[in-house]
Design a protein around this ligand. Sequence first.
Ligand SMILES: CC(C)(COP(=O)(O)OP(=O)(O)OC[C@H]1O[C@@H](n2cnc3c(N)ncnc32)[C@H](O)[C@@H]1OP(=O)(O)O)[C@@H](O)C(=O)NCCC(=O)NCCS
Length: 356
Amino acid sequence: MTLFYEPQRLRATTANNERSILFVGGFLLKAKISALGCYTPARVLTNFDLEKMVETSNEWIMERTGIAERHIAGPDVATSDMAVEAALVALERRGIQATELDAIILCTVTPDMLFPSTACLIQDRLGAKGAWGFDLVAACCSFLYGLTTAAHLVSAGSQEKILVIGSDTMSRIIDYTDRSTCILFGDGAGAMLVERAGQDEQGFLGFLNEIDGSGGDYLKMPAGGSRMPATLETVQNRQHFVKQEGQQVFKYAVRKMYEVCRDLLARNGFTASDVSVMIPHQANRRIITAVAERLGLPCEKVVINIDRYGNTTSATIPLATRDAIASGRLKKGDLVLFAAVGAGYTVGANLWRWTM
Ligand SMILES: CC(C)(COP(=O)(O)OP(=O)(O)OC[C@H]1O[C@@H](n2cnc3c(N)ncnc32)[C@H](O)[C@@H]1OP(=O)(O)O)[C@@H](O)C(=O)NCCC(=O)NCCS
């Protein structure tokens, strides 16, 4: 892309937030979400199915998590396959060709393989010949960090269209003999197209992301990386599966999701009553309702679809956004608050003025 005008930077100061805004040729560059596509595999694993696999009950799972069922990918389906399906829907909805994409950000903790990056596999399958891209690993915050990154690249003026895809095949790293984790997760994918907004549109308003590595031990997949490469022993010890200390993660998630939402709203000059709809990461219904209560958000403003999908890690936010649109709860002009907490720990929140 050629810029014909010298970009000028303007520092905009609000109550306690300072950020730079790029003007090109006198125009303010902003990013918006212009299309959404989702994919979930057909096979459904219900709580009643899980009752036959581990010592658990539908009642316990419903009461402690709010999950009734989750979708599970077939044996020949990998993360890139679901990502491509979601991407094709988003491109079709926007009415553009993959060749028009500038970049692909693939958010996942379950790449097809460690390298090459799954973004490359998707780029090839889509025929997105002009795109660069990369994988972004931030557990359940991956998709939000992808949105944040794409919004900044577009606002900087160097990129016009970036496809952010969250895709996770969690069933490949879940131990279906461990009742404390196998009930929680499902598979799925979602894609949002982030592109330059028109002058009369708002789109991306702000973000607040944090990481806290002191929580790394509480939720992880221990083996398969350079610290503990795959051996017969790591496989026998089931160390290629998700391990979690649920209560630690639960308490942290409630506290930090509330804090980043509260602070992000305040630094952008909003209060909770300005929020049209909150779309949180779906890890546990009790986490979401506790955060909403602390923020003072009524339940009709908070999207929960964990009952049907479980925790799909990088895909929860696009899947919940699709449901919010379908049910008429998310409309053009709405102020949307996205929020997540994940392994790492990773924490994040985004504010967008919805433009679709
Ligand atoms: C995992 C989670 C649902 C467990 O719920 P919890 O209320 O914390 O339950 P606990 O782990 O304290 O376990 C309570 C009891 O239920 C049992 N239990 C655990 N899983 C069970 C299951 N699937 N079915 C029946 N009982 C179960 C435990 O063994 C324990 O029994 P005990 O009291 O005899 O020792 C909850 O901690 C959670 O959602 N944590 C956060 C998860 C998360 O957000 N992860 C992803 C972050 S993005």
